[in-house]
Design a protein around this ligand. Structure first.
Ligand SMILES: C[S@@+](CC[C@H](N)C(=O)[O-])C[C@H]1O[C@@H](n2cnc3c(N)ncnc32)[C@H](O)[C@@H]1O
Length: 214
């Protein structure tokens, strides 16, 4: 399947406007760049999962990061070679600041994750997304698009809270529902709960891993 084969219906979905979202996140970019990602248990758990997905990658592998924001170093293992990463985000400001907070990232691209990604099918080894999924109205399609661009045998890792509300329209992230949808397509999928709710109804952190079928 190539980019041209993606159904035209994908373009008809009624989304929040790209410009509106880009503007909102652009205004928050400085705040995100300066964000101190403390060495808490949640971060350690995410880094552990990411290490499992990127640890074996060769020096010429390609890692796609969706909605990468302005400050992503803490999600990866120490000494990770970021030259293999293509960082994408809807906000140009986020990516401009990312270039300053993570000097290793050379490849940055403004892209709306909710539509056809500007990558060829089977072109990346690993695709990752941290705390971006809740902002996508069409999460199942976003996953299918990540599967399209990931090589057979490659992996996709998604970390997010199920219902944490942060300004702007936020959608629920239901990893088990997404797992069902992707399993039905024949891929290998696991969902790991990385946190316990503090109170009834408080957000829970999950990590969804997809092994793309060969
Ligand atoms: C909560 S922040 C997380 C940023 C980063 N992944 C991190 O963990 O620090 C959400 C990010 O999603 C980006 N974003 C929101 N909607 C998007 C979309 N439709 N396509 C691509 N990026 C989007 C925002 O610009 C922002 O950088």
């Amino acid at each position: 399947m190539s980019i041209e084969d993606v159904p035209a219906s994908r373009k008809d979905l009624s989304f929040r406007l790209v410009g509106e979202i880009g503007l909102m996140w652009g205004e928050k970019a400085c705040q995100w760049a300066a964000k101190n990602k403390s060495e808490g248990e949640h971060l350690c758990q995410i880094r552990k999962r990411v290490a499992e997905l990127v640890g074996h990658l060769s020096s010429d592998s390609v890692v796609l990061e969706l909605a990468s924001g302005a400050n992503n170093k803490a999600y990866y293992p120490g000494e990770f070679n970021f030259r293999r990463v293509i960082a994408t985000d809807i906000s140009e400001e986020m990516l401009t600041l990312l270039a300053k907070t993570n000097l290793g990232i050379e490849n940055r691209m403004v892209a709306d994750a909710r539509v056809t990604l500007p990558f060829l099918s089977n072109s990346v080894d690993t695709a990752l997304c941290f705390f971006g999924m809740r902002y996508f109205e069409n999460q199942e399609e976003v996953l299918r698009e990540l599967i399209r661009v990931t090589k057979p045998g490659g992996h996709i890792g998604i970390a997010d809270y199920d219902s944490y509300v942060y300004e702007g329209a936020v959608c629920v992230f239901d990893p088990c529902r997404l797992q069902g949808a992707v399993l039905a397509d024949g891929h290998f999928v696991t969902v790991k709960q990385l946190s316990q709710p503090l109170l009834e109804g408080s957000p829970i952190l999950y990590f969804l891993t997809i092994g793309v079928k060969k």
